[in-house]
Ligand binder design. Structure first.
Ligand code: ADP
Length: 441
C-alpha cells in the first residue's frame, strides 16, 4: 500500500514543517523588531536628556547630603526613593544597605560618559558612580534581576499561550489533510465505499469533494464492469454446455481434444467468474461446517502426486474448525496449481506448511519458481491480471484464480498474502482466522 505519510506524524510532516517555520519567523520578527527598537532607544534624544537630568539630580543629592555626607539623611532618602547609596573615601566607607558591593567589586559594564559619571549594572542592579575630590558616591537603582525574572515568567507564559493557540489552529486547519491521507490509503486498499468528510470550503475542501466524486465514479465503473462480466458469464453457460454435449457425439475427429480442452477452460473461467460474483453479492454465502483442513489439503495434494516436481507437506495431524470446504479447497487449489505451474519439473518440490497460532490458521504454499516482480505483486489479485501477458498453454489461466482465492479468504474473514523474491521463489499465505480459537482442534 502506498505510504501517503501522516500529516501530523513525525518531523517530516507538513504540519511540523509549517509550525517550525511559524516559530522561526516569530522569533526572527521579535528579534529584529526588538533589536531595532533598542538601537533607536539607545540613540534617542530623550534618553540623553534623561541621563543629563540624572547627573543633575545626583549632584543635587550629594549637595543635600552635606559635608561630610550625612548617613541618616542618606538612609531616609533610600527609604523614600528606593535608591541605595554607598559613600567611599580613603580610610572610611559606609552604605545605606550593608549588602551593597563596593566600587572595587563593580568591574563589569562600566560606561564613562561626558558628564563625569560612570554608569553600569551589576548583578541586575543599575548603578552610577560620581566622584567628588577623593570621595566617591555610588548610587544603586532597583533590583533588576527580580524585575527581569518576573517579566521573563510572564513573557514565557505569553509565548506559550500564543504558540499553543497557533498549534491548535494550524492543527485544525490541517486535519482535512490527515483525513485525505487516510482516505487515499483506504481507497488504495480497495475500500471504494470510503468517503472523506468535507468540513471546509477551502482548497482542501474542494480537493476532498473532487476525490470523493472520483471514487464514486470509479465505483460505478467497476460495478458496471462486474455486471457486464456476470451477464456475459451467464450468457456463455448455456452455449458452453451445448458445445460440451455436442463434442461427446464427435468421434475421434482431429482437433477434438483441443476443442474439448478449450471448452473445459472456458467453463472453468465462467465458473470462477460466477463464483466470485456470488461471494461478492452476499448471496450464496459460505457454507461453513467443522472440517479438518489438514485432511482437505492432503486429499488435494494427492491429486497432483504424479505431477513433477511434487509436493511436500508439513502439518500437524489434524486441524479442525468451521470453514466452507468447497470454497477453501478452490482457493488452496488455485495457489497450489500456480506453484506447480511455475516450478520447473526437475526443481525443488512445492512446500505446503499448515500451522496454527493463537489467532489464526495459516497455510503457506512455497515454490522455488521465478518469483513475481515486486511492482506486480499488488496487482496479481485483480481479476484478469496476468504477469505473463501472453496466455500460453504452459501457464494457462485467465488471471482469475488468485482474485477468486482472495474473495474466498476475505469471505472467511481472513486474507491471502504474497511474499515473492524474484529469481528465488514465491510464498502465498492463506490466513484463516477461526472465530473461536478454542474451536480449533
Ligand atoms: P492464472 O490463472 O492466469 O494463473 P492467477 O490469478 O492464478 O491467474 O495468477 C495471476 C498471475 O500471477 C499469473 O499470471 C502468474 O503470472 C502470477 N503467479 C501466480 N502464482 C505465481 C507463482 N507461484 N509464481 C510466479 N508467478 C505466479
Amino acid at each position: 500500500m502506498a505510504d501517503t505519510g501522516r500529516v501530523f506524524g513525525g518531523h517530516r510532516s507538513i504540519f511540523f514543517k509549517l509550525f517550525l517555520i511559524y516559530v522561526v519567523t516569530t522569533v526572527a520578527l521579535v528579534a529584529a523588531v526588538g533589536g531595532y527598537g533598542r538601537m533607536v532607544l539607545r540613540n534617542d534624544d530623550l534618553r540623553q536628556t534623561r541621563t543629563r537630568l540624572l547627573a543633575h539630580s545626583l549632584r543635587a543629592i550629594i549637595e543635600e547630603l552635606g559635608q561630610p555626607p550625612d548617613r541618616s539623611r542618606a538612609v531616609q532618602l533610600a527609604q523614600e526613593t528606593g535608591m541605595q547609596v554607598r559613600v567611599e573615601e580613603p580610610g572610611s566607607s559606609w552604605a545605606t544597605d550593608d549588602r551593597l558591593p563596593d566600587s572595587a567589586a563593580l568591574k563589569d559594564a562600566h560606561v564613562h560618559n561626558d558628564l563625569g559619571m560612570v554608569m553600569g549594572h551589576d548583578r541586575g542592579r543599575r548603578f552610577v558612580i560620581l566622584e567628588q575630590g577623593e570621595r566617591r558616591f555610588l548610587f544603586f537603582f532597583g533590583d533588576k534581576s527580580r524585575f527581569e525574572a518576573e517579566h521573563l515568567a510572564v513573557i514565557i507564559v505569553l509565548i506559550g499561550l500564543i504558540l499553543g493557540t497557533s498549534y491548535v489552529v494550524v492543527r485544525r486547519l490541517f486535519r482535512p489533510l490527515d483525513w485525505l491521507g487516510h482516505g487515499v490509503e483506504e481507497i488504495a486498499a480497495g475500500n471504494l465505499a470510503h468517503q472523506v468528510p468535507v468540513r471546509s470550503r477551502d482548497e482542501l475542501g474542494r480537493l476532498t469533494v473532487a476525490l470523493n466524486d472520483m471514487v464514486t465514479r470509479i465505483r460505478a465503473m467497476l460495478q458496471a464492469r462486474d455486471r457486464l462480466l456476470l451477464d456475459v458469464s451467464h450468457e456463455l453457460r448455456t452455449p458452453l454446455t451445448r458445445m460440451k454435449v455436442a463434442l461427446e457425439f464427435i468421434k475421434d475427429e482431429p482437433g477434438r481434444n483441443t476443442i474439448q480442452q478449450e471448452v473445459r477452460e472456458l467453463e472453468a473461467m465462467v465458473t470462477e467468474l460466477l463464483e466470485s460474483e456470488r461471494l461478492n453479492s452476499g448471496y450464496g454465502g459460505l457454507q461453513k461446517q467443522e472440517t479438518d483442513l489438514v485432511a482437505v489439503i492432503r486429499t488435494l495434494a494427492d491429486v497432483y502426486r504424479t505431477q513433477k516436481p511434487g509436493i511436500r507437506i508439513d502439518a500437524p495431524a489434524s486441524l479442525t474448525f468451521a470453514l466452507d470446504q468447497h470454497r477453501a479447497t478452490m482457493a488452496i487449489r488455485n495457489v497450489v496449481e500456480n506453484a506447480l505451474k511455475h516450478t520447473a519439473p526437475d526443481g525443488e518440490p512445492v512446500e505446503i506448511r499448515i500451522e496454527k497460532t493463537s489467532h489464526i490458521v495459516r497455510v503457506s504454499v512455497h515454490d522455488h519458481g521465478p518469483g513475481i516482480p515486486r511492482e506486480e505483486q499488488g496487482l496479481i489479485f485483480e481479476p484478469f491480471y496476468r504477469v505473463d501477458k501472453s496466455r500460453t498453454r504452459a501457464t494457462g489461466g485467465y488471471g482469475l484464480g488468485l482474485s477468486l482465492a482472495k474473495k474466498i479468504m476475505i469471505a472467511h474473514g481472513g486474507d491471502i498474502l504474497v511474499d515473492s523474491q524474484p529469481g528465488l521463489g514465491t510464498t502465498f499465505s492463506l490466513i484463516f482466522p477461526p472465530c473461536d480459537p478454542l474451536a480449533v482442534r
